[in-house]
Every structure is written in structure tokens, then in C-alpha cells.
Write a protein that binds this ligand. Sequence first.
Ligand code: TLP
Length: 344
Amino acid sequence: MEIIDLRSDTVTKPSREMREAMFTAEVGDDVYGEDPTVNRLQEKVAEILGKEAALFVPSGVMANQLAIKTQTQPGDEVIVESDSHIFNFETAGAAFLSNVQLCPVEGNNGILNAEQVAQAIRSKVYYNPKTSLICLENTHNKAGGTIYPLEEIQKIYDLAQNKNLALHLDGARLWNASVATGIAPIEYARFFDTVSVCFSKGLGAPIGSALTGTREKIESARKYRKIFGGGMRQVGILAAGALFALDHNIERLKEDHDKAKWLAKELSNLPGMNLDLNSVQTNIIIFHMSGRSESAEEIISQLKAKGVLISEMGISTLRAVTHLDVSMEQIQKASATIKSLLGN
Ligand code: TLP
């Protein structure tokens, strides 16, 4: 049976060309800073995002957690959106690794406005936690791949400057936001002290993320990366996959966005379907089913039995994600399968 895997854009397998680039990569010991391919990737990512430096790390979680570790002190508070990846899917890493408290604020489709952020900033009374960092997510995963409006980011940046707070962007899918809007990554990144990006989501690399920022912050992150067990050796092999992804797989994200919009529209008319087509701005479709006897989990397993994989994103929330390993034909097949199962 053909399996159409729409659980995440992380499920892609490296193409032959990407594997060849990885196979032939020049390598060295990166703990000594001597891996030429890692160094090339870090310079390239820093340049794309207009930052002084970048650090190659194994995962998006590590990049986010390093951003928190380097920009907070134990006992501080970090403002996040309540559906953010940092709050929901990083196993309480901020508490565990940085001894900070997260202050979740509910946004609109994952987007916080500056007034909401301003209200969450603690006054400077000694018994209050000290707000020290604000984290935004663009695109916003659990809200359905929604894009942060640049004007809102600018307002939050002005506020952060005014209050002397650091601003971090979880840009795991910043590439998708950029391709969908035509706004270059550097235009988003300039408002943030640190930006994390991933090569292993829609870009098709098997592993890898980066944290970018000032040289000073990235040097501090390098030390914590080592403490967190992320000091890697001849990882030019992996960096080569990431470089290949940056060179070949960004522009094509538009195809994933078109496929997601097509599929969302097809599914939106199903009975009991709660799917906000306005939230489908990139490659992620988030939906809920009401009035059905099966739970989200049961829907997932029934679809699986018919060869279509989707994922659960919290209680009763379902997610389908398009990516470079699913063709339009497969999206059409998946649509027919989902309709035949949930159409009555
Ligand atoms: N997201 C994964 C799951 O963890 C939910 C996915 O399948 O979408 N920031 C954002 C916005 C993310 O979506 C993810 C991964 C991460 C960070 C973490 O990246 P990794 O998995 O590389 O640690």
C-alpha cells in the first residue's frame, strides 16, 4: 500500500543529490572550529539573516533553548505565545535547562500584538519575576503555519527596545514565511537579537538548525551547546546537507503552500469540519472535527489503515503538512481518502 505521509515536513528523506553533496563534504573537528563545511554554513546563514555569527546545532529545540539560556538568568520570565513550540513541545526545557518561567499569552492565530506583550511585561517590583526575553514564532506551527505581520514585529521590537528586553525568533519555518510574502529573511531577522532557523523541516535536510545573533551571544551559545552535549565533531557531512537545502529547496516551498491550500479547500466542506482557510498561509493545515463519534486519535488510526498519515497537535487538533516528498497526485489521493472516511 502506498503511504502518503502528511504528519510533518520533518519526514522528508535526503535526495540523491543532497546525499552526494554530503558524501563529498570536506570535514574537520568542529569542536576545534576546524570543519570547513560547518564554517561555510555558519557564515552563509549569518549572512542570509544579517547577523554577526551563526552556530550549527542538531535541532530546532536546541537552537531555541540556547537562545533562552544565553538571554536569561535563573528566575527570569520569558513571554511566549500559548500555542508556541517553546511552550508546548520542548519538554519544559526552559524550566529544566535555564530555570526560567514561561509566561504564555494567547495570540490570534498564534500572533501576539504589541499591546498583549506590553501587558505581560512585569513591573519592576522585587517580588515579581523579571521579564527578560520575548519569543515569537514565524511561521506559527500549531496555529496552522501562520505568518507574523512585519508591522507587528516592528511594534514588538520597539517595545522590547524601550523596556530593554531581548527578542528571539523561533524561525524554524522562517523560509516559508519569506517565500509566501516575498519579504527576505533578513528583513524579518533585523528586529531580533537571536533567530533560530531549521534545515530539516520544509528544506529536506536530514538534520540541523542554526542559532544566529551577535558574535558575543553566539560565543556564549557555543559554550552552552557543549554543556548540553551538542559539541559535534566531523559534522561537515551534515552541514553539507543543510547547504544543499539552502541552495536548492527554498524557492520550491511555494509548491508546498499551493498544495496545502488546495487540500485545505477540498477538506473544508466536509461535515463537522472546523478548518479556518485564512489560517492556511503556508504548508500546514490545522483542523478539528466536531459531531463525530471517533476521537482525533481514532481518526488518525483509521486514516493510517488507508495509507494516509496525519498528526495530532494537542487534544482533538489534527494536522496535515505538505512537503517536498509528496507530489500533487499524492495530495489528490490523500484528499479522496480523507473525504471517503470523513464524508458522512
Ligand atoms: N516541530 C515538529 C514537532 O516538534 C511538533 C513538527 O513536526 O512540526 N520550532 C518549531 C516552530 C517547530 O515546528 C519545531 C519542530 C521546532 C522548533 C523544533 O525542531 P526540532 O524538531 O528540530 O528540534
